[in-house]
Design a protein around this ligand. Structure first.
Ligand SMILES: Cc1cc2nc3c(=O)[nH]c(=O)nc-3n(C[C@H](O)[C@H](O)[C@H](O)COP(=O)(O)OP(=O)(O)OC[C@H]3O[C@@H](n4cnc5c(N)ncnc54)[C@H](O)[C@@H]3O)c2cc1C
Length: 501
């Protein structure tokens, strides 16, 4: 532990380094930074444009973060915790900048909540080492998961690669240790410095969703996130299992993913709300299912830590590096634009482009279409999603893409390929979702809308013919996967790496 430098007034100065935890309630690092009632506390948030470009950060997500920070800054100011904003090119520049800030302001200790992505962990290790060299205390907390990565292990001490046993162990640990939601901290006696203005935008990051639409769809701040959670638990959670796969129903799922991704709400708050509902009105399979989805979120975060190669554009299943994906830029472009000629795929891709979000089943349908019908590399799709999702999150996005591409852990078997028409008929039987996002098909009846016939497309509608023959495409893809069996298998370690989590 470092020696405290102290300031002239004798009060300790604590710095909260905010990252993907943009909230005042149930924020472990903020809570700990404020435990000493006399400590003066400030917060800092780094703008890192070059790093974000490398990470394919979506403008629509940054827009939500900036609007959330503006609200958080006001909340923190009311507690005498000024929020500082600093711009550096990338993560590599942060340690020096953080040190300079601590030295200039006589900071005694820096507090942060851990992130589990590889580059973020490298950054934190470097920052921690530099601060330590200069005698500044560091306090890092596990705050992103209900159970931290490294605590849910198989009997052999390995990370799980299959979800069901992971979930069983994960739930046991939650029940054993309990979940505590931390209150917002008490106000500080005074603010030691002035807050910076939070910018409305960052050069080079334009949201592809119109500002008014983004603000209406994704209202900013922890209050908005909590209101959404409360509304979902009160009115919708008990029909979750029946309705969660219907993309036309906007309230059937919580739409909390953007808020969980930037940390405007915590998984503990979600868990607690679900538990309160069970305690008040009894258990329900729907609530269990929703909790299970929170489990998938954590499963993929644990995978990032246990299998670091998935952070580095490598597949989980190493034998699949031998797949020779189809580098068809033109086909990829049609998929991106929602012009494949498959109505359900096109509606979903246009939902992403218009709203910055896509329904979970539609993510599976579109990802499987790209990787199995077009046999285009899952990493192309993963990247496009990150560039457009308001909830972009490396762990969940990578996990979802590798599930769909059959390159991941506990993934869809390569021979079980979604048929877009059948998915459409099953989950959008009346064509409500398709009509909403593909207006050129709005006049078709409930039977034809899933697969307009050729003449309708050519003469009546400005809508393309299907870009592939689904059955032939599936045969080709299955054959590619079958060939893998004849090639040498790549490395597939199942041990935690040497990082101390
Ligand atoms: C190809 C693909 C890409 C994806 N990319 C992302 C992404 O970048 N960011 C992201 O948050 N989710 C991603 N998901 C997971 C899932 O689609 C979204 O989390 C979900 O649609 C969010 O809607 P919701 O908040 O209404 O979820 P709800 O159904 O209300 O679920 C509650 C929460 O559980 C978590 N969750 C639900 N399903 C999953 C899942 N399959 N995997 C991991 N976590 C889950 C989310 O945090 C979600 O907010 C992806 C899935 C696929 C198939």
């Amino acid at each position: 532990m470092a020696a405290h430098q102290g300031c002239s007034c004798g009060m300790k100065r604590h710095l909260l380094w905010l990252r993907a935890d943009l909230r005042s309630i149930d924020n472990s690092a903020l809570h700990e930074a404020c435990l000493d009632p006399s400590a003066l506390v400030a917060a800092v948030w780094f703008i890192t444009p070059e790093q974000w470009r490398r990470h394919d950060k979506a403008g629509v997500q940054l827009d939500l973060e900036l609007r959330t920070l503006q609200k958080l800054s006001a909340t923190l100011a009311s507690l005498n915790i000024p929020l500082l904003i600093r711009t550096v090119p990338d993560f590599a520049a942060i340690p020096q900048h953080l040190l300079a800030l601590c030295q200039a302001e006589a900071v005694d200790a820096v507090f942060w909540n851990r992130q589990y992505e590889w580059n973020e962990r490298v950054r934190d290790k470097a920052a921690s080492a530099l601060l330590e060299q200069h005698g500044i205390a560091r306090h890092a907390f596990h705050d992103q998961c209900l159970v931290k990565p490294g605590d849910v292990l198989t009997g052999d001490g390995c990370f799980y690669s299959v979800f069901t046993p992971f979930k069983k162990n994960w739930l046991q640990q939650i029940h054993r240790h309990g979940v505590e939601v931390l209150p917002a901290p008490a106000a500080r006696p005074v603010a030691w410095t002035h807050a910076d203005a939070v910018p409305d935008s960052v050069s080079g990051f334009v949201s592809h969703v119109a500002p008014e639409r983004a603000a209406a769809l994704w209202p900013a701040g922890e209050e908005a996130a909590l209101a959404r959670l409360e509304d979902f638990v009160e009115h919708h959670i008990r029909r979750y299992r029946d309705l969660r796969d219907i993309p036309s129903l906007t309230d059937a799922t919580s739409r909390l993913s953007p808020y969980l991704a930037i940390g405007a709400i915590s998984p503990r708050q979600c868990w607690q709300a679900a538990l309160n509902e069970i305690q008040a009105y009894g258990p329900s399979a729907d609530i269990d299912q929703w909790i299970s989805e929170l489990g998938w979120r954590e499963f993929y975060k644990h995978i990032l830590v246990g299998f670091p190669r998935v952070n580095k554009h490598l597949p989980f299943r190493m034998d699949t590096v031998n797949l020779r994906w189809n580098d068809d830029e033109a086909a990829f472009q049609r998929w991106c634009e929602g012009k494949t000629g498959f109505p359900i795929v096109d509606a979903a891709m246009r939902q992403l482009r218009e709203t910055g979000w896509m329904h979970n089943r539609m993510r599976m349908v579109t990802a499987m279409f790209l990787t199995k019908d077009l046999f285009v590399d899952w990493r192309w799709g993963e990247r496009f999603f990150m560039q457009h999702l308001v909830d972009g999150d490396l762990a969940a996005n990578n996990g979802g893409w590798q599930w769909s591409a059959s390159t991941g852990n506990d993934a869809a078997p390569y021979f079980r390929i979604f048929n877009p028409r059948l998915q459409s008929e099953k989950f959008d039987p009346e064509g409500v979702f398709i009509r909403r996002f593909v207006p050129e098909l709005a006049g078709l009846d409930r039977k034809r809308i899933h697969e307009p016939h050729g003449k309708q497309r050519d003469f009546l509608l400005d809508y393309p013919l299907p870009m592939v023959d689904h059955r032939a495409a599936c045969e080709f893809t299955v054959a590619q996967f079958k060939k893998l069996g004849e090639l040498p298998v790549g490395r597939a370690d199942n041990k935690a790496d040497s990082f101390n989590v």
